[in-house]
Structures are given as structure tokens and as C-alpha cells.
Design a protein. Structure first.
Length: 74
């Protein structure tokens, strides 16, 4: 999870440095679209790569506190 956070912070720093020197200092719709797309991509990748391990972690935590894991077949 820290890697995703660091990637987003790095991306924000890159865009911040990139656009600080501009005279208009305003981001256009294209630039906002690129940022939203990259953030969405980062979220999709994080969910894809961490989904299985997070599922197992929550199942283990649920069983450790006396809860029941998801029923078989789900």
C-alpha cells in the first residue's frame, strides 16, 4: 500500500513541478483528464495485485477474533 501512496505522491510532485513555471498556471481539461486516468490506473493495479492477499488477511483476522469467514463458495 505504501508503494501506491509513494507512486501517487511522486506523480503529484511531477505534475506540480511541471506546471509551476507556466504563465497561465491553470490546468486544462486535458491535463485533468490525464491525472484522473493515471489515478484510476493506479487504483485498478493496486486492487488487482493486492486483492487476493487482502482477502486472505481479512479472513484470518475475522477467524482470529472469533468471527466466521465467508461461507464456502463465495
Amino acid at each position: 500500500m505504501n508503494q501506491a501512496y509513494y507512486a501517487l505522491v511522486t506523480l503529484q510532485a511531477f505534475f506540480s513541478d511541471r506546471f509551476d513555471g507556466r504563465k497561465d498556471r491553470g490546468a486544462t481539461a486535458v491535463e485533468y483528464g490525464l491525472m484522473v486516468g493515471l489515478i484510476a490506473l493506479a487504483i485498478i493495479l493496486a486492487v488487482t495485485f493486492l486483492g487476493g492477499s487482502l482477502e486472505g488477511l481479512f479472513d484470518e483476522a475475522s477467524e482470529a477474533i472469533g468471527g466466521t469467514a465467508r461461507p464456502e463458495g463465495e
